[in-house]
Design a protein around this ligand. Structure first.
Ligand SMILES: [Zn+2]
Ligand SMILES: [Zn+2]
Length: 439
């Protein structure tokens, strides 16, 4: 730990040396002990989706102290903090608040020991394994810096804390609860996510599609059960479901345009109870990913067609065709970064952080319900989400040498270099907001 801190300090020193006068960076660095205290408290006390009660209360209090007009309970546990500062555009900055049902294994002195009950009813540990604690701390830091620099910008700042990102429901809940009608609607919506594949302090961005459509699909494959020794008297749902799994692989390889990205993953296959019984049902759980509406439709229609087609080929009776259900409540639409905003902000970042620290990255097949803030009013809202790398430099190098993969987001071992993520993200968010609301 100590060497890590010394190294981080040395890197920070080099960084500030490279860019001579940088009052914003200096102000954030000066505030870092207080920010790290907030971070460690959030990290040690994670709360699950839509249960972010204490988290929301702590941060709402901080925003009130800073002079924001604060409304709590927006979309169950969400918080909206508004600061009107003269004429000009409205900029919305979002952080998400929820932790995950993961038992933390980092061994950090401030590791979470919190336990709870997950949505599926199992008792579990809870951990900020996605780094939403860094998002919230950077949100506080950004609010502080924008208040301190109030004389340099003019417009309306809307800072929101979103619940339940991990279950893809929080953004929708806030919008359904009047985020764009009870509060100033943003011209620009901005957010960042920490990243487990980039070195700490690096910024990644992309114009256009950034994250994918995420669909959860259940397939109930019905058969006709019986004795394992007499298969000719049955319709084996395990053999049928296996064929469906295999045939599904051709959707991406044979039906989607090779230039278009798509994923069909069968993440769960459950059937049967005993060696010598042919069950009468098998259940498949799929995650289906795409960018465009057209590809999404092609995949979902294809899944229904393949399931039914394979059942017919297996001779399953008409009244026992597979049941394919797409879970619309859990759907997360693809995230789109509008290019005028993205290009403007990226060039600003390059000027501030240098070309090496700001890299254009490829879109990913993960999902983010930040997408909904743009989709709720595509004609009037521009939006951008960017990545801030969190992997400590030393670990990045060690992994490159050993070839051992680094922990990903959602891993019980994920430890971002919080200081660097918070410093970089809040400098970037503050800078972007001040530029968009320039006097
Ligand atoms: Zn996550
Ligand atoms: Zn996340």
């Amino acid at each position: 730990m100590r060497t890590k801190l010394l190294m981080a300090a040395a890197l920070l020193a080099t960084a500030s040396h490279a860019h001579a006068a940088n009052p914003l960076r200096d102000a954030i660095a000066k505030d870092m002990p207080s920010l790290i205290e907030i971070y460690r408290d959030l990290h040690a006390n994670p709360e699950l989706s839509f249960e972010e009660v204490k988290t929301a209360a702590k941060l709402a209090a901080e925003a009130k102290r800073l002079g924001f007009q604060v409304t709590e309970g927006v979309g169950k546990t969400g918080v909206v903090a508004v600061l009107k500062n003269g004429a000009g555009p409205t900029v919305m900055i979002r952080a998400d608040m929820d932790g995950l049902p993961v038992i933390e294994q980092t061994g950090l002195p401030y590791a979470s020991k919190v336990r709870g009950v997950s949505k599926s009813g199992t008792e579990t540990g809870i951990m900020h394994a996605c780094g939403h604690d860094t998002h919230m701390t950077a949100w506080v830091s950004t609010a502080r810096q924008l208040v301190a620099n109030k004389d340099k910008w003019s417009g309306t700042l809307v800072m929101i804390l979103q619940p339940a990102e991990e279950i893809g429901a929080g953004a929708k809940a806030m919008l359904d609860d009047g985020l764009y009608t009870r509060f100033p609607k943003p011209d620009y919506a901005i957010a960042f996510h920490d990243a487990a594949q980039f070195p700490a302090g690096t910024i990644g961005y992309q114009s256009g599609w950034a994250l994918a459509n995420v669909d959860s699909v259940d397939i109930k494959v019905k058969g006709v059960g019986g004795h394992g020794a007499y298969p000719h008297t049955t319709k084996d749902p395990i053999v049928l479901a296996s064929r469906i799994v295999t045939a599904l692989q051709t959707l991406v390889s044979r039906e989607v345009d090779p230039q278009d990205a798509a994923v069909v993953t069968v993440g769960s296959f459950h059937a049967g109870a005993k060696h010598n019984i042919i069950s009468d049902e098998a259940t498949l759980l799929l995650t289906v990913r795409s960018y465009s509406d057209e590809t999404r439709k092609l995949l979902l229609d294809g899944i229904r067609r393949i399931a039914k087609g394979e059942a017919i080929a297996a001779g399953v009776p008409e009244d026992r065709m597979p049941v394919v259900s797409v879970n619309e409540a859990e759907f997360t639409p693809a995230t789109f970064n509008t290019s005028p905003l993205t290009e403007r902000v990226a060039s600003l970042f390059k000027k501030q952080f240098g070309e090496q620290r700001v890299i254009e990255t490829k879109p990913v097949m993960g999902g983010e319900d930040f997408s909904r803030f743009y989709l709720a009013d595509k004609a009037n809202v521009q939006s951008m989400i960017f990545w801030v790398g969190g992997v400590p430099q030393a670990e990045m190098e060690a992994a490159a040498k050993s070839g051992k993969p680094l922990p990903s987001l959602h891993s019980p071992y994920w430890v971002p270099d919080a200081e660097k993520v918070i410093a970089t993200a809040s400098e970037a968010l503050t800078l972007a907001a001040m530029d968009l609301m320039k006097k």
